[in-house]
Structures are given as C-alpha cells and as structure tokens.
Design a protein around this ligand. Sequence first.
Ligand SMILES: C[S@@+](CC[C@H](N)C(=O)[O-])C[C@H]1O[C@@H](n2cnc3c(N)ncnc32)[C@H](O)[C@@H]1O
Length: 276
Amino acid sequence: MKRVLQRPPVGVARTAVLIAAARAQEQSRLHPLFDDPLAAGLVQAAGSANDLNGVRTLAGDHFVLRTRYFDDVLLGASRPQVVVMAAGLDTRAFRLQWPPGTRLFELDLPELVEFKEDALHDLGARPACERVVVSCDLRDDWPTALIRAGFDPNRPTAWLLEGLFMFLPPDAGERLLYWVSALSARDSTLALEHVNRAFRELPQMRAVHQRFGAMDARWQSDVEDPVGWLDAHGWDAELTHQVDLAAQHERAVPAITDPRKVGDARIWLASAVRTT
Ligand SMILES: C[S@@+](CC[C@H](N)C(=O)[O-])C[C@H]1O[C@@H](n2cnc3c(N)ncnc32)[C@H](O)[C@@H]1O
C-alpha cells in the first residue's frame, strides 16, 4: 500500500530545514566539523530551503560551529539518557557514536515529527542508539508525554536546548527551564543556546526577523545573564564564546558573532551541570 507522504514543515517547524541545510552544506567542505549524511536528504524531502538562503548566508557558519559544540558537549557528558528538545531535523541519534545503552528522546511539534519520521524512513536511516520520538508542544504539558514515552527522572540526563528559547514567549521559556530542572536527577547536564537583547536588535538581524515573522516564527525572548538564570534553577553553567570555538576548530569567527562587528550582541552557548 502506498504511504501518504507528510507535507513539509511550515511555520516555526520550517526553521529546522534551515539548520539542516547549513549542516548539509558543511558536508561539501574538505574538513567538515561533523558528518551528517542525512542532512541533504532531509532538506530535499522538504522541497528546499532556498527561501531561507539569506538567513543561512548570515548565520550558517554559526549553525555549523554550534552543531560541533553541542556534539562535543553531549558526547562528553556521556549520560545514559539524552533529551533533545525541539530536535527539528537533528540527526545526532543516527550520526554520533553513543555509549552502549544510551536512550535518546527527541521532542518537537507533531507536524515536524511526522514529516521527519517519514523522510528518515525513505532515507533508510538507522539510529545508533535507542531513539524515542515524542510529539508535543513545548509550551504545553510535555513532561507527561516524555515520562509516558519512558523517560526516567531518576537517571542522570543530558539535555539539549538548541535553537529553541528565542522562539518561545518568556513565560513559556521560564516554564520549560523549570520543568527541565525538576526532571533532572543529580549529575544531569544541560546545554543551551539563547541570545541577548542586543543580538535581537542588531541591524543585521532585521531581515531575519522580517523573514521569520512572515512565516510565523517570530523571536519572542532573550536573556542577559544565562549563567545567573541557570544558577537560579540549580545549574552550574559556563559559557563558550564563538571566538574561542572558532579558534579551537581553526575556522574564521562567524561575522554575526564576531565582537569586532557586533559589539556586545551575543548568541549564548552554555553548558551546565546539575548542582542540587
Ligand atoms: C531553529 S529549529 C532548531 C532545530 C534543532 N534544534 C536544530 O538545531 O537543528 C527550531 C525548532 O524548534 C521547534 N519548536 C519551536 N517551537 C516549539 C514548540 N512550542 N514545541 C515544540 N517544538 C518547537 C521547531 O519545530 C523547530 O524544529
């Protein structure tokens, strides 16, 4: 029987195609910072991401560096349970070498999940860990859905929150971090990306906001002190600056994160350990 193909993601879910396109492009470099053999096929299944080329030109180098940063943080954490929040077209469950017994949960909106599962099936993708997919809206009661899917709050977890917070209203972001923290056993880890207000207000970002606004994917929040914010929720956090990350990987600093060009505007990259 012919399967009914899911329609490509729209709205905020479509931003996942943009990030996958940046990861696909990285594969054509001589020394890519990661291998993501599924990225191009996922983008192709979505049609294309050409309408978002302007955003990719501006921030593609940042998406690539952050991918490698979070790959290293997650593998370094080596926790038995991994939760990728707003996973989008992330393929870490397939492309990273996880310790045996790792169970990885991916959460995202139902329309994104349906599309992705369909596309992964067509690509013949096989996960490298136990992969559990949870369809949910992260503004709603996702903890119940996660626990029903087999998440164990008593086991140390490595959480990833990449490319998400800015799309949530401030109260939803706060609630999300509250629940992530409440579900985190001692020794859990957390890695997140967020932006400060100066970054949101960069003149270079105006066209991005217009594009995202037109597709109903408006940025709605920012944070000035991510370390203090995480500390208030029981996490001991440290920041990594893109200048250091770029030097570590012998890449140019992405212009959109280069202090010589954007001053105090920041895309925060943080990793943290549960202290309580
Ligand atoms: C910019 S993409 C990032 C995807 C992925 N983390 C990555 O970096 O490749 C943003 C993702 O957030 C998801 N998202 C946004 N709001 C959400 C919500 N309220 N509930 C669940 N997922 C959401 C979108 O569907 C999309 O997949």
